[in-house]
Design a protein around this ligand. Sequence first.
Ligand code: NAG
Ligand code: NAG
Ligand code: NAG
Ligand code: NAG
Ligand code: NAG
Ligand code: NAG
Ligand code: NAG
Ligand code: NAG
Ligand code: NAG
Ligand code: NAG
Ligand code: NAG
Ligand code: NAG
Ligand code: CU
Length: 578
Amino acid sequence: MAMAISSLLRPWPLAMATLMVLIIQAQGITRHYDFNVQMANVTRLCGTKSIVTVNGQFPGPELIAREGDRVHVRVTNHVAHNMSIHWHGIRQLQTGWADGPAYVTQCPIQTGQTYVYKFTVTGQRGTLWWHAHISWFRATVYGAIVILPKLGVPYPFPAPHEEVPVIFGEWWAADTEDIMSKALKVGGAPNISDAYTINGLPGPLYNCSAKDTFKLKVTPGKTYLLRLINAALNDELFFSVANHTLTVVEVDAVYVKPFTVKTLVISPGMTTNVLLTTKPVYPNANFYMAAAPYSVIRPGTYDNTTVAGILEYHKPGSPSTPSLDKTLPLFKPTLPFFNDTKFVTSFTTKLLSLASKQYPAAVQQSVDRRFFFTIGLGTLPCPKNMTCQGPNGTQFAAAVNNVSLVLPSMALLQSHFTGLSRGVYASNFPAMPLSPFNYTGTPPNNTHVATGTRLLSLPYNTSVELVMQDTSVLGIESHPLHLHGYNFFVVGQGFGNYDPTNDPAKFNLVDPVERNTVGVPAGGWVAIRFLADNPGVWFMHCHLEVHTTWGLRMAWAVQDGTKPNEKLLPPPSDMPKC
Ligand SMILES: *[C@@H]1O[C@H](CO)[C@@H](O)[C@H](O)[C@H]1NC(C)=O
Ligand SMILES: *[C@@H]1O[C@H](CO)[C@@H](O)[C@H](O)[C@H]1NC(C)=O
Ligand SMILES: *[C@@H]1O[C@H](CO)[C@@H](O)[C@H](O)[C@H]1NC(C)=O
Ligand SMILES: *[C@@H]1O[C@H](CO)[C@@H](O)[C@H](O)[C@H]1NC(C)=O
Ligand SMILES: *[C@@H]1O[C@H](CO)[C@@H](O)[C@H](O)[C@H]1NC(C)=O
Ligand SMILES: *[C@@H]1O[C@H](CO)[C@@H](O)[C@H](O)[C@H]1NC(C)=O
Ligand SMILES: *[C@@H]1O[C@H](CO)[C@@H](O)[C@H](O)[C@H]1NC(C)=O
Ligand SMILES: *[C@@H]1O[C@H](CO)[C@@H](O)[C@H](O)[C@H]1NC(C)=O
Ligand SMILES: *[C@@H]1O[C@H](CO)[C@@H](O)[C@H](O)[C@H]1NC(C)=O
Ligand SMILES: *[C@@H]1O[C@H](CO)[C@@H](O)[C@H](O)[C@H]1NC(C)=O
Ligand SMILES: *[C@@H]1O[C@H](CO)[C@@H](O)[C@H](O)[C@H]1NC(C)=O
Ligand SMILES: *[C@@H]1O[C@H](CO)[C@@H](O)[C@H](O)[C@H]1NC(C)=O
Ligand SMILES: [Cu+2]
């Protein structure tokens, strides 16, 4: 084919060059990254801490690719802990072995081992991110994935003057592995964080921290693209920049219909690209950009502090990077109250697919299989040899349809691929609750959940509709649910119990937002649709790490199709072993 085209073109070298450009545009290039997992000493708040990092950087290195590119990331583990990395939101078409969640798609990369993650970026452009997907290591092991549109393809919004990743994180003065394992030992809730961070920096509102402040230096009259990522472990966040507005243009690497807000909400696992246009003339002021949590749980049980960075204008005619002029007034944004669910709902309902000719919303109009999952907390009885600090002397747990997933000691995908599921998992995950109750009313007296390693099997190309219903067991709460391997359309949401008779008529099947992480509203439900066109074992879990740890996680086993491009490829030869 290539020969045939090139032989028609003259002169030959020019034709060759043109062809190369065409091939690069169509097929992309291969980008190589080296990720060395290593310890680093980092000083934050009033102390120094040894943390796990990639290449000694915190946050980790930015991964840049163009839509259509292949990405090879060589991960070598130099620390005394098991490791695995997830490329959050990357579809991983046929390359499920590169997805990353430990004991789901791979065994961990053990100390001294190397694994090369290989995948192609297909049909996505915008911001995603990568993070450790084992234990609580994603507390410090994370970074941005920037996906540029194909060469020569413009953004569907005015080209920004500059693009800046803004990554929210959560910081503990103590070691997060200690906190997690101590909590598990007593069945209680883990200690809350000491600070939030922007690009790893807690900022001026915490002790000893003013020097560790993220500063966005801007010029008047320009537009900046902020690539927001919520990498916090356990907290959804409000974000606002004093005296400026934010125009949302993309979420989870999918363009949306632009809309402008003063404050936005971003949950762990989500990304949001916003345009910030600076004031037309030098304002003689500086401005805080701030984030603080959204949470409906009992005050005192979540980190209620505020992280701030500073938006600083270049003074006309002054050297290009002045240090902060402290004589200037500093304006602060007003964030909604912590439990302002009304605000969150009004924000999330503004999110709609761009649904243009070039970027259509390919929402499934018909459904092959419907599922209804309860999403919520629960308890497990206290083992005889333990004293438990969970509710009424039990252990905290969490479940999907009352099943708290127990991870096996080998990777689910390996046993799925080899057809040796026996003894590793069962394929009987319930399609709906076994004992229905008034999910948002008085919870059942028995709050126990079941444990198990059960998967839900889907034939290739099943059109799925899934309703996720929050429960009031141990109190209502909002849960950001993340699906691996797919984007889905958010076709409906509401409060109270989902009504299968009347709610579907209100679904948006025209321009619903397409994403990979969605909030199950506190005391409400959300309905999503996706086409199971990617064979493999795909994890779905709450992106609040504390809930995932307690078992708010499940996995879909999507079968191969009949054509070669509908099958999971064989595992790479350097696949880590358990
Ligand atoms: C961190 O600090 C400790 C104590 O000063 C030191 O022993 C260690 O080598 C440092 N680690 C790194 C990676 O620099
Ligand atoms: C959790 O916080 C409590 C109270 O501040 C403290 O005593 C305890 O040592 C902390 N636990 C861990 C694992 O850091
Ligand atoms: C800062 O330190 C003081 C004194 O130790 C303490 O009272 C205060 O709560 C701390 N503030 C923050 C934001 O941590
Ligand atoms: C910033 O907003 C505050 C409150 O709305 C207002 O009083 C102030 O004049 C504004 N300042 C600038 C420089 O825009
Ligand atoms: C944060 O929570 C603590 C403990 O419940 C409380 O004392 C404090 O007032 C809260 N701070 C804010 C800003 O709400
Ligand atoms: C939000 O929290 C405040 C203070 O804790 C409480 O008074 C109020 O009822 C809460 N609002 C909602 C909607 O839960
Ligand atoms: C309790 O007993 C189980 C086995 O019955 C054991 O696996 C576990 O480690 C024990 N826990 C403690 C805290 O001793
Ligand atoms: C704990 O016990 C109290 C009193 O018996 C009861 O009201 C409450 O529902 C129980 N909570 C759980 C989580 O079982
Ligand atoms: C469920 O509980 C809520 C809150 O108590 C109540 O308003 C509603 O009527 C109940 N629904 C049913 C079907 O019992
Ligand atoms: C739950 O316990 C309460 C108090 O013990 C009792 O009145 C009620 O009937 C029980 N509800 C159910 C569904 O068992
Ligand atoms: C969940 O499973 C546990 C353990 O099997 C059981 O005791 C409980 O009744 C179940 N709850 C619901 C709501 O199905
Ligand atoms: C690392 O993973 C291997 C394979 O699952 C397991 O056998 C080993 O215990 C793990 N090591 C640590 C330190 O967790
Ligand atoms: Cu959750």
